[in-house]
Design a protein around this ligand. Structure first.
Ligand code: SAM
Length: 458
């Protein structure tokens, strides 16, 4: 097993109470973007002094700016089934919660997709509970097909990331074949004993099987995988080091680590009492974890959901988050139900703003909201993506695409206010595109777009 618990306990013990000099030394090394050892990451995780934390945040912000510029990728989750055979203690969909379970028909999936498209979304994360009978792999594949085939006016979903339970190589091959973006699976906790405690007697109880799911996904040819920890189940310092071990394991074995890391923090849910979880993260620890992840994994996308409040999201965008969900519902059929005034959720969300409202704030704060999906559609995945990211070349594709998809959003789904705000940003940013050919191409495409033409491919 590649999560060496004793090794992690030992370095956490050895690095207790680091001095300011030790922390500064690690930060100097981190500036070179050549990676950090487990011990160095542990030193940062143990920093508590306010001045040290400010330096950690500042470096995370710098790294983010260098690698991602001002771009923030926007997406939404789509829940299609709440049938679940598992009994995860922390989850609103657990087996012991008795409510009428449902899965969407394909017509209902299409209806949800049309609502999401009308909000301007181009990128979804497909979510469902684990139930091999009521929601098997064929159901998942049907959903993906339906999503890609459901278009209205200029609305289309161009990338479907998939968050389904750990499964077999054979099933991962089917996901690969149908064309998914990232395969996302959260380890929830890397701490074996805690894992077994919070996943009692169920398919999900098997720590090793869950932990090795990315190995199977990669064997099946899926090269973009998205990891995550459900922060609040166990000591976050342990979790971050274990997450790094998982990433390194994949890099060593397959030549590529995580495409993204998600940082969900435990929220209230039906039948879930937060007081029974002794490792809940306060805001300070959470910010520290996000900043350190950005420093330790400079080229990995960091995803933040609407579990967090608008003000926490605003702050974490500064320290490293590069993708956010917007306008989300965490209930099956939740988008239609919200329109009708009902909304049953997997867990509590804390940012209920529409994508339009969120985009306006992003623009006001100097970001470039992006609905780009070009990497996946052009085959820039896995190690090909990482090579481009590490060489810095990726920005030549990301920048024009971000600007074009922002204009597209403003034209198709925006109001006068966002159109004006976007144009102001776009006109300024397009001049900054370093390569002349790309700058001219982007300008031309944008002029065409304003006249109603769509000839770009993102
Ligand atoms: N069934 C799939 C699986 O087993 O991985 C999909 C997972 S679920 C739809 C998405 C994620 O929601 C879970 O992996 C878990 O981390 C998160 N989640 C569950 N309950 C939560 C809660 N109370 N607060 C915050 N996140 C929660």
């Amino acid at each position: 097993m590649f999560i060496n618990h004793d090794y992690i306990y030992n370095i956490l013990y050895e690095t207790k109470n680091p001095t300011n000099e030790e922390i500064r030394e690690v930060l100097e090394k981190a500036k070179k973007r050549e990676g950090l050892s487990y011990k160095e990451i542990a030193i940062l995780l143990q920093a508590n002094d306010e001045k040290d934390l400010e330096e950690i945040y500042a470096l995370a912000g710098e790294i983010k700016k260098d690698i991602y510029g001002k771009r923030i990728v926007v997406f939404a989750p789509l829940y299609v089934s709440d049938y679940c055979v598992n009994n995860c203690t922390y989850c609103g969909y657990k087996r012991d919660n008795k409510f009428e379970r449902r899965r969407l028909t394909m017509e209902e999936v299409a209806e949800e997709v049309r609502i999401l498209e009308k909000m301007g979304h181009k990128r979804l994360a497909l979510e469902l509970g684990e139930d091999p009978v009521n929601a098997d792999i064929d159901f998942t594949l049907d959903c993906i097909r339906t999503i890609y085939n459901t278009q209205n006016a200029n609305g289309e979903i161009r990338r479907v990331n998939v968050n389904i339970a750990a499964t077999t190589v054979e099933n991962y091959k089917k996901l690969k074949e149908i064309g998914i973006g990232t395969y996302i699976l959260f380890q929830e906790t890397y701490h074996k004993e805690t894992y077994e405690k919070v996943h009692p007697k169920s398919l999900k109880s098997d720590y090793e099987y869950h932990l090795t799911s990315f190995d199977r996904a990669m064997e099946a040819g899926i090269d973009d995988v998205g990891a995550g920890v459900l922060f609040g189940l166990y000591d976050p310092r342990f979790e971050v080091l274990a997450l790094m071990m998982h990433n390194n394991h994949l890099e060593e074995k397959f030549g590529v680590g995580f495409h993204t890391v998600s940082v969900p923090r435990l929220q209230e849910a039906t039948g879930v009492t937060l007081e029974t979880y002794p490792h809940l993260l306060d805001d300070l620890m959470f910010k520290k974890v996000v900043a350190i992840l950005r420093i330790a994994l400079p080229f990995t996308g960091l995803i933040l959901s609407t579990r967090e409040t608008p003000s926490m999201r605003k702050e974490l965008l500064k320290y490293g988050v590069s993708q956010i969900s917007a306008g989300s519902s965490t209930g099956v059929g939740g988008y239609k139900e919200r329109e009708e005034g009902r909304d049953i959720k997997q867990f509590k969300t804390n940012d209920e703003r529409s994508p339009l409202e969120i985009l306006k704030e992003l623009l006001d704060d100097g970001y470039i909201p992006s609905y780009c999906t070009a990497c996946y559609r052009s085959g820039r995945t896995g190690d090909r993506f990482m090579e481009l990211a590490k060489s810095g070349e990726i920005k030549y594709v990301c920048e024009p695409n971000a600007l074009m998809t922002l204009l597209e959003f403003s034209l198709d789904y925006g109001d006068k206010e966002i159109y004006e705000k976007s144009l102001e940003t776009i006109e300024k940013e397009v001049e900054k595109i370093e390569r002349e050919d790309l700058r001219n191409y982007t300008k031309e495409s944008m002029e065409k777009m304003k006249k109603g033409e769509r000839d770009f491919y993102v």
